[in-house]
Design a protein around this ligand. Structure first.
Ligand SMILES: CCCCCCCCCCCCCCCCCCCCC/C=C/C(=O)SCCNC(=O)CCNC(=O)[C@H](O)C(C)(C)COP(=O)(O)OP(=O)(O)OC[C@H]1O[C@@H](n2cnc3c(N)ncnc32)[C@H](O)[C@@H]1OP(=O)(O)O
Ligand SMILES: Cc1cc2nc3c(=O)[nH]c(=O)nc-3n(C[C@H](O)[C@H](O)[C@H](O)COP(=O)(O)OP(=O)(O)OC[C@H]3O[C@@H](n4cnc5c(N)ncnc54)[C@H](O)[C@@H]3O)c2cc1C
Length: 639
């Protein structure tokens, strides 16, 4: 191994790293591991720290030894079975209690790593669990102290929650949401109503089968007939003892999706469902017993921003979720490329496909992106934690408001950047593994399909980018205005947040444009230079994915296993398949039951028949067409 700048330190800590990160089994990948210019264990500890690695190990080994999480190679689960299994797995996650509240407070990055580790196994149970605890639970608990009692019910699974904003006919346009919540001061209740089937809540994760409660977004109407805008309410949708719908609620599953099919996405319609006055999540406003509306936000726009503030949490998490999918896909494709041999100087000496420049051009930029996005998503999360802490402590300072806008602008750009990169990379990795990449057992299809909705949910990518550009334009004109009012040296006009946004925001807008231009304009010399860098990097590529690849059980891809024994691993998986070597149950349909009438066309006769001209065929009646009797409607047995 080539010496690294930290080689002394590396030797000093070798034994603790070996306990945390065991060596990989020897095999075809060893060749590339020996070529690496750095110690992958040192890099892993440098990036995550020992504490996080210990947490990851704890989660990975718990899942691996739990029968509920066993893989079922070759078995086709029905959607209903998969949903059931997902729920059982989700339940186990409550029992594991991987993180204490104290641990989360001491190092909030641990919660992000927990999401990533479970998601690496399967996004369905992961999202089910975190939609309940994080999205549903987080929204309620950050609303006000009034909901403190809910915490216990949420975390011991007495109730199960979902987050219902989208409707059948409105998703992006949140102002267009049509569900209503009308306050009845006589009974001190809100009446939740879906005006028609287009206003049904739709797409809601956990709502299809399991949720008992929903955070429902609705237009609030006070007794004076005024619409006070979008607010959220806790509505019970199913009985906690029977899971049957509550009176006035029609709730169900929306059907099979392209991916994430363990998760039950659902719909709900409300027919004048009455809920107690206290069910309003008084984040942005509240109603007095007499029906008077009050809000600490005087500006309607600000109130709207605050009502949607919780969406930023999801967008930040999705930035990391997508980066995780990128890492999974690359782990498989790079390990495959280093062990798959095609062509060579001689028939005996075929070379690994990673040695081909095209393969390097296709995969290595994504490998660089994986490292950049991993670092970026974690630091964005750390920024978010400061904002979230302010939310929990009800900060109303200017800094908190600025931070909220910044977090919104940043997450509205980072989610598209990360999810689109992962989506393109997953497809590239699929193709980079040739036919074997298309075999479901190798998991690239699942990764691609499960990543896909990251581009849409929590706000469509294309629309979110407009939010960042609005923010940047405003900041830009504000800076110009300041410069006219108060001339200062140029750098001082641009506050830190502007620089930060330029760094991320503009990069997103022009990312594709720049890449396209770069590809066109790149000179021959530069392209030689880049190929040289790739040549160096390709020897480090395997070690670079070793740093972030999860254990084999979690990655669950025969061609991506750490040993690199891709053919042995594939056979092992194929032969475990259900009835692989059996003759089909319908064997008699071939061997005994032959078709009653087998119509074969005699090619010579067919030619003769087709000489009947098209016009003749079109116009002529059967009697008029001289050759009609020969037409192909009379099919003969061949020969
Ligand atoms: C101390 C301990 C810390 C611990 C940390 C805890 C961490 C918790 C961990 C939790 C774990 C969670 C795990 C989650 C896993 C991943 C999640 C996966 C989720 C999958 C399920 C999916 C769910 C959903 O999809 S829910 C539905 C989502 N729907 C949307 O996103 C709708 C998209 N549309 C919109 O958001 C808006 O309507 C928009 C942005 C298009 C605006 O439309 P507009 O009508 O045109 O309004 P506009 O004039 O542009 O805006 C007005 C004003 O408001 C500002 N604004 C808008 N949104 C926000 C926001 N979110 N935040 C702040 N401000 C916002 C906008 O900028 C405008 O401002 P001005 O320009 O200043 O006027
Ligand atoms: C798997 C999955 C899970 C989901 N889970 C939930 C959930 O738990 N809770 C929940 O409430 N919702 C959920 N959703 C819904 C999700 O949030 C919405 O699908 C998303 O916000 C996009 O809205 P839409 O479907 O209405 O798309 P539309 O807004 O109809 O978008 C259609 C197209 O129009 C374009 N478009 C729309 N407006 C504009 C504009 N102003 N300018 C330019 N182009 C525009 C979009 O870019 C897009 O290409 C989920 C969705 C999926 C796929």
């Amino acid at each position: 191994m080539a010496p690294t700048p930290n080689v002394k330190e590396a030797t000093g800590n070798q034994s603790s790293w070996n306990t945390l990160l065991p060596d990989f089994p020897k095999g075809p990948l060893s060749k590339y591991r020996k070529k690496a210019s750095f110690n992958w264990k040192e890099m892993a500890v440098f990036l995550d720290g020992e504490d996080i690695i210990r947490l990851k190990n704890r989660i990975f080994s718990a899942l691996e030894s739990d029968p509920f999480f066993a893989h079922h190679p070759g078995e086709e689960l029905s959607r209903e079975k998969y949903q059931e299994l997902t729920f059982l797995r989700c339940k186990r996650l409550f029992e594991y209690d991987f993180l204490t509240q104290q641990e989360i407070i001491e190092n909030p990055l641990k919660i992000l790593n927990m999401v990533i580790c479970i998601g690496m196994y399967d996004w369905s149970p992961c999202l089910q669990f975190f939609l309940h605890c994080g999205v549903f639970g987080g929204t309620i608990l950050s609303a006000s102290k009034r909901f403190a009692d809910f915490a216990k019910k949420i975390y011991n699974m007495e109730i199960f929650g979902c987050f219902a904003l989208t409707e059948l006919s409105h998703g992006t346009n949140t102002k267009g949401i049509r569900t209503t919540a009308t306050f009845d001061h006589n009974t001190q209740e809100f009446i939740i109503n879906s005006p028609d089937f287009e206003a049904a809540k739709f797409w809601v994760g956990n709502m299809g089968k399991h949720a008992t409660h929903a955070v429902v977004y609705a237009q609030l109407y006070t007794p004076d007939g005024q619409c006070q805008g979008l607010h959220s309410f806790i509505v019970q949708i199913r009985d906690t003892k029977t899971l049957l719908p509550m009176p006035g609620v029609m709730v169900g599953d929306i059907g099979k999706k392209i991916g994430q099919n363990g998760l039950d996405n659902g719909f709900a319609m409300f027919h004048n469902v009455r809920i107690p006055k206290e069910s309003i999540l008084n984040i942005t406003g509240d109603v007095s017993p007499e029906g008077k509306y009050s809000s600490s936000f005087k500006d309607v726009k600000e109130r709207f921003s605050a009502a949607l503030g919780s969406l930023s949490t999801g967008r930040i998490l999705i930035t990391a979720v997508s980066a995780t999918n990128l890492k999974l896909a690359l782990s498989i494709a790079i390990r495959f490329s280093a062990t798959r041999h095609q062509f060579g100087p001689t028939d005996e000496e075929e070379i690994p496909v990673i040695e081909y420049q095209t393969q390097q051009w296709r995969l290595l930029p994504y490998l660089a992106a994986a490292y950049a996005l991993d670092y970026f998503s974690k630091s964005l999360f750390e920024n978010f934690v400061e904002f979230y802490a302010g939310l929990l402590t009800k900060q109303r300072s200017q800094r908190q408001a600025d931070l909220g806008r910044e977090i919104h602008a940043l997450s509205a750009a980072s989610k598209p950047l990360s999810s689109w990169t992962a989506q393109q990379a997953a497809q590239e990795c699929r193709e980079a593994c040739g036919g074997h990449g298309y075999l479901a057992m190798n998991r690239l299809g699942e990764i691609r399909n499960d990543n896909d909705p990251n581009c849409t949910y929590e706000g469509d990518n294309n629309v979110l980018l407009q939010q960042t550009s609005n923010y940047l334009m405003k900041e830009f004109f504000l800076s110009l205005l300041m410069s006219l009012k108060n001339p200062l040296p140029l750098p001082q006009y641009f506050p830190y947040r502007w620089v930060l946004c330029v760094g991320v925001g503009w990069r997103v807008f022009f990312f594709r444009y720049i890449v396209a231009l770069f590809r066109l304009a790149i000179s021959y010399e530069v392209a030689k230079c880049v190929s040289f860098l790739f040549k160096q990097l390709k020897d480090d590529a395997v070690a670079l994915v070793d740093v972030f690849a999860p254990p084999d059980f979690i990655l669950n891809s025969p061609i991506g296993k750490a040993s690199g024994e891709l053919y042995k691993n594939m056979w092992a998986e194929i032969l475990q398949g259900n009835k692989v070597l059996n003759r089909p149950s319908w064997w008699a349909e071939f061997c005994i039951n032959k078709p009653h009438l087998v119509h074969f066309l005699n090619p010579k006769k067919l030619r003769n028949q087709l000489c009947c001209s098209r016009t003749e065929l079109k116009t002529a009646s059967p009697t008029k067409c001289s050759r009609r009797k020969n037409h192909i409607t009379s099919v003969e047995i061949y020969p």
